[in-house]
Write a protein that binds this ligand. Structure first.
Ligand code: SF4
Length: 227
């Protein structure tokens, strides 16, 4: 605390960041800036750059999913309907026929503009996409008791139950592996361990359901093509 207070006192004087860096023997000035919570320094620049790259990445992911939607590869999961409705509104296809042939006259740039707002709500989970449009609907925040937070708690994500979660073919390997692992554990569990078995069985069934939903949503286009 003393070190921190000293840093703040020194860093906010003229030339103070450099003086503090030398006095505290920091190797990098970014460390001093971090100590001093000084905005506009190297850390802020780095953060701005990271945010920019994240925004670009999110846009590409949303565009990819939009193209998938146009090809009939639909999202799965509790938030799938909301996402397909959104894509349908951009694509101009009726809600009840989202997988019909695309009617795209817009260029990539126009579509990217339309998708930008949605992309800003995207957070990446290890096994799902989180479309954080409404904190009051975020299951993780409810579980954490912080329903008004402005960011999701991805570490507490329960994407199989949250209305803002979607699952896509790229998430399938994670769920399939989880299903397989749960199946193996179940096979190794003694018959007396009923509580543990019930918990594992529920876990297995949930993961298997997610895999089936992803497969079902991806298969929609194939069925329609062959019909
Ligand atoms: S539970 Fe998961 S999908 Fe839902 S808001 Fe939290 S992080 Fe996003």
């Amino acid at each position: 605390m003393l070190r921190r207070t000293l840093t703040l006192e020194m860093a906010y004087r003229p030339g103070g960041v450099l003086a503090t860096k030398i006095h505290l023997k920091h190797i990098s000035v970014a460390t001093t800036e971090g100590y001093a919570s000084r905005p506009g320094g190297a850390q802020a620049e780095l953060l701005a750059e990271v945010n920019k790259h994240e925004s670009e990445r999110n846009l590409q992911l949303v565009l990819e999913e939009f193209r998938n939607f146009q090809q009939g590869v639909l999202p799965a999961g509790p938030g799938a309907r909301s996402l397909t409705d959104f894509f349908a509104s951009i694509d101009g296809t009726p809600d009840d026929a989202p997988a019909l042939a695309p009617k795209t006259q817009r260029g990539d740039r126009d579509i990217l503009n339309l998708l930008t707002k949605r992309a800003s709500t995207l957070h990446l989970g290890p096994a799902n996409y989180c479309w954080f449009t409404d904190p009051s609907r975020a299951l993780c925040l409810k579980l954490a008791g912080t329903p008004t937070a402005d960011r999701p708690l991805v570490g507490m994500c329960d994407s199989a139950r949250c209305l803002q979660a979607t699952h896509h073919p790229r998430h399938r390997p994670v769920w399939a592996e989880h299903t397989e692992r749960a199946r193996i554990f179940l096979g190794e569990l003694g018959t007396t361990r009923k509580t543990e078995r019930a918990r594992l069985q529920a876990d297995h069934d949930r993961a298997a359901r997610v895999v089936a939903e992803i497969d079902g949503a991806s298969a929609t286009s194939n069925e329609e093509e062959s019909a």
